[in-house]
Ligand binder design. Sequence first.
Ligand SMILES: *[C@@H]1O[C@H](CO)[C@@H](O)[C@H](O)[C@H]1NC(C)=O
Ligand SMILES: *[C@@H]1O[C@H](CO)[C@@H](O)[C@H](O)[C@H]1NC(C)=O
Length: 285
Amino acid sequence: MSISHHLLPLFLLLLVFSTFTSPSSSSTDSFIFGGCSQLKYLPGTAYESNVNSVLTSLVNSAVFSNYNNFTVQGATQQDTVSGLFQCRGDLVSTDCSRCVTRAVSQLGTLCLDACGGALQLEGCFVKYDNASFLGMEDKTEVLKKCGPSIGLNSGSLNGRDAVLSSLGALYGPFRITSSGDVQGVAQCVGDLSASECQDCLSYAIQRLRMECSGGAWGEMYLAKCYARYSERGNHSPGGNDDSNRNDEEIEKTLAILIGLIAGVALIIVFISFFSKVCGKQKGGK
Ligand SMILES: *[C@@H]1O[C@H](CO)[C@@H](O)[C@H](O)[C@H]1NC(C)=O
Ligand SMILES: *[C@@H]1O[C@H](CO)[C@@H](O)[C@H](O)[C@H]1NC(C)=O
């Protein structure tokens, strides 16, 4: 009885500790979606080494660029594997490189022995396949998420409409804008031409407007571009300004502090427990 009474606060502390530490890796690493082709290759074949060499090239290349593509020619067209990565346009190279490294390692687990695969983290997108996709526009809907409905005549809705309009009117593969409390982000994969990117984003924004009408936030991921909006401080998009960075630092510090407190509590619990046991034994004899 007395043991469980002693251990309860410790358990709570550890629980708090773990909730702080598990998401402490920055928000650019958070998982958005992943998918693999049905077709599998045989382990130990040339295909496997081609996939590995494409993925390794992507990881190495992310140290110095925000987008790149690689193709490894196989003996046959079937064994020719292409891959690309695209980091969110506002990531500095260290964050881009870390994100791609993480995405590639997750792809290796998620799409084990799959001929093709794609994975989107908050900060980057990685894809490889032997079916040709490089330089091809693709507006297939991959993921749609809409927030809960907000009042139709609320200020947020005006902000949302303004943000979606300006996302469509801006130029380039990476777009970020805000109106009031609403922030919007759009990103194309770098293999699209300027006009393909514009076309892809227009479609994503139009879909977002229709599908998430009245939604407090919304995300529309197509195969080669995405657009999304949210209220600042709520849901994504985040991790791209200093306040988020500070939050991360605070979280880390807090996690370390709580870890220390938990450690000290653990020692105190053990000492008090053993001193009681020893005390009882002494008293009994
Ligand atoms: C990709 O590789 C798989 C396995 O070797 C093969 O079955 C498939 O036909 C290839 N696809 C293309 C487009 O070459
Ligand atoms: C792929 O990469 C090569 C070399 O970096 C580049 O010249 C080419 O334009 C890229 N292709 C696409 C479709 O992005």
